[in-house]
Design a protein around this ligand. Sequence first.
Ligand code: FRU
Length: 703
Amino acid sequence: MVRPFLIEEYRPQFHFTPEKNWMNDPNGLVYHDGIYHIFYQYNPNGTKWGYISWGHAISTDLVHWKHLPIALECDVDSNGNIMEMFFSGSVAVDVNNTSGFAIPIGRSQKGKEMFSQPMVAIYTSHYPTAHTTFNGQVIREGQQSQSIAFSNDNGLTWTKYNGNPVIPSPPPEYADQYNQFRDPFVFWHSTSSKWIMVATLALKQTLLIYSSDNLKDWTLASQFGPYNARFGEWECPSLFPLYVDGNSASEKWVMLIGINPGGVVAGSGTQSIIGSFDGKTFVADPSDVYDPTKVPADSTVFQDFESTSSTFEELGWTATGDFVSRGPRKASTVNAGKIKGYLGNGIMTTYLSGGTGTGTIASPKFTITEEYISFLVAGGYYPYNPVTAGTPEDHQVSMNLVVDGKVVHSQTGTNTENLVWRSWNVAGWVGKEAYLIVTDVNPGPSAHLHIDEIVFSNSPKDEANWNDFGPDYYAAATYNGLPNSERTVVGWMNNWAYANDIPTSTWRSAMSIPRTLALKTINNKVRLVQQPVSSVSTLYTAALCSHNFSVLQCGETEVNVPAPYNARMRLALKFARGTGTKFGVCLRSNAANTQETVIGYDFLGQNVFVDRFKSGNNSFVDSERNAFPGCFIATMATKPTDLIELNILLDWSSVEVFDGQGQIAITCQIFPLDDSAKVKLFSEGGSTKSVSVAINGIDSVWT
Ligand code: FRU
């Protein structure tokens, strides 16, 4: 039993959670007068999404929070009809009183009248019911409009502006998108002395950029999108400047965009695009835009599936089960033409009539000669699980790369019918013989995979800049009110694929650890990097243990971490490649090895991974659409001599993994049993060199 005292099962101890009830996106992040405010999407009436209001809490250090009363409460009429929900948005402090919302607060010593600095919340009014507002605006059922409210007591009480909504509808060319227009992010742009708003047309994967002098009257300035990850709803944008490598002479702008579904795993995900902003238009850097129709310049096409009149056997592939004597198909004829994103006409698919086909389709053997294998993939999320593969519990629908008889890379669908690029680093197997095998053992209607355009090259084919390669980082929002050289971001540590079902009670959902963002040049490319905010380290206990091994032998080495810190700790791992193939740590392991969360680095596949197949309770979602179990990878190419660094934050029901440079983050929820409390280092396939492990406990912020 690792629970230190009576706390609720799974309750995070150093991540923000509401005291009770449902929470989703962080909203209105603003730093003002030494206080960090967090508002958030909140249901005051239950543990599932609904009655959406804005909750509120404050902090002086981003780790200890004080809960405050609800800021903006869902409006319900006397018949119980919901009239207005308060969807996501932002808060700005109107220092110059451009809005006129300030109130007199007395006189200075010299007798000058002084005014408050109002906080202004800019949010989406979601109107489920058609009605006419008191100020005569005709509202349609389901309309989403942008509205404002102000507070002159530091966010404790709010007054809705009587001219709401301030942007009732999107521009005429998008008139039909009146119910998918939301999530305004507003900031003061000092160069143009204007307020800037970025809002989404969610279904169009388009951002609308507006400007204003007073937060009430808005003019459309430009549009942006769709780019990169673009199959799914675009939500919760954030736009902000940062200095490249800390150099104030070299400023770039970053657009953060939530996408759901269509995230890197399945369901919700967060991408960023770096570019420039002149007060009107955001222009993406060409190096940050990934054209999905182009393969890397040095590619060799292994199979493009254009031979739609051939069988797999005629193409030199082998098939079993329902796929014998079948072949590539015209994508437009598969699944009622729902498939998008293919190149040419043909694709490989395991979708037969009704999607019920099962069997395998395997490529001819080939020798790996280049460092990456890239391909387009779509379909249901049914990952390959090495533990259940080949057993009656095998549900996989995936394409696997097999070397020396072992699956070394695997990719399942992302729960959409839209083909997206994925790349595997195979540098570790150059010179080896390999084959690809698509395995679909699952007859369910959404359990099918589509594959197109398999290419070999020495550079990866990216779909997007993913801010986090885990499944549980969404709706990331950034703080207004910090200097231009600083940006702090907070994400919702959950995923719409299962958010309403996670096995917690009295509250549902936590926020990610707040993270400091920066722009850093890595391998000649400017990248958005992140690390936990420095104040998290104030929660660290004295070192619980530190271990150094010049050579860590193959196998498992248990590390003794005393309770309660075995459920909340920070691990700093440094290591270098030895004769082994993988190095890492198992957290929340039980004696029987039936539970563990495995985090590490794959020297051959060149990726950081988090495996939560056995992390604990992972069967709370319906079996047909269970997007929770999985192993999540982030490619990070290293040289054999590199000292690799991973920093891990473990809380009661989550892990967040960062590499030393901050280019990789993987965020995952886990729901282990209390008794799963062991910590084990492992080196697989041989030894790992220069291993150092430093572990600190993390104090609870609630005690
Ligand atoms: C993102 C989102 C937003 C919306 C809010 C509603 O998670 O769908 O687009 O404003 O949640 O709660």
